[in-house]
Structure formats: structure tokens, C-alpha cells
Design a protein. Structure first.
Length: 121
């Protein structure tokens, strides 16, 4: 399981520039930091398993969500619509699946506890 969200450091609604974007991953995953190329492959749905062979599930916020847009631009160096085009091509060609889409961060926090997770900086 892998997802991007923001962490609120003691504030209900942090200023956009102060919000820290974090990834959530299964505790069996031994990586505490991931290189940009690995993140891009994971979120482009080209990498479907972790290095230990465990299946990967990717969760994303809506394309218009500001946290998703910041994550795509700052962490992946792509625009959200570029990710969507890549997902659409994979689904249309039968070569892969799109990531799990959640409505918002609240929905993400409700869905993720079903699987063990830890925060990655």
C-alpha cells in the first residue's frame, strides 16, 4: 500500500506552504526514503511490487485536490493530468490498472487502516 497525504503538525488546517506531504507504506517495506524515479514508477503504475516481491496498492487523491497536485509536481515532477493520461493508457491498453482513487484525505485515512501502514518522510 502506498499513498500520499499531508501531515498536520498540530494544526487543524495548515497553510498550504506549511503542509508536509508524506507517504504511507506497509510496515514490512524496508524503505524509509524512496528516490524520485522509484516514486514515479510506482505512481505511474509501472512498478507493481516492492523489492521484496510484496504486491503494491497505490491510493491517490482526486486530480483537482491541491495536495495531490503538490505531490505530483514536487515529488514526481509531473502534472496530475500527466499521471491521469498514463493511467488511462494503461487501462485502455489492458496493460495495467489505475490506482485506487479516494474522495479526499478523510476518505484516505478511513480506507488505509484496513492495511497495516507506517509514515515515510
Amino acid at each position: 500500500m502506498l499513498a500520499a497525504a499531508h501531515a498536520c503538525h498540530g494544526q487543524a488546517e495548515p497553510a498550504e506552504s506549511l503542509a508536509v506531504i508524506v507517504l504511507v507504506a506497509h510496515p514490512d517495506i524496508e524503505h524509509s526514503a524512496l528516490p524520485r524515479d522509484a516514486l514515479r514508477a510506482m505512481f505511474a503504475m509501472r512498478q507493481r511490487t516492492w523489492p521484496n516481491g510484496q504486491a503494491m496498492q497505490v491510493f491517490v487523491l482526486p486530480n483537482r485536490d491541491t495536495v495531490h497536485a503538490r505531490f505530483a509536481k514536487e515529488m514526481l515532477a509531473v502534472y496530475p493530468h500527466q499521471l491521469q493520461l498514463a493511467w488511462d493508457r494503461m487501462v485502455f491498453s489492458g496493460m495495467g490498472q489505475a490506482p485506487h482513487r479516494v474522495r479526499d484525505q478523510v476518505d484516505m485515512r478511513e480506507q488505509l487502516p484496513a492495511l497495516p501502514a507506517r509514515w515515510l518522510p
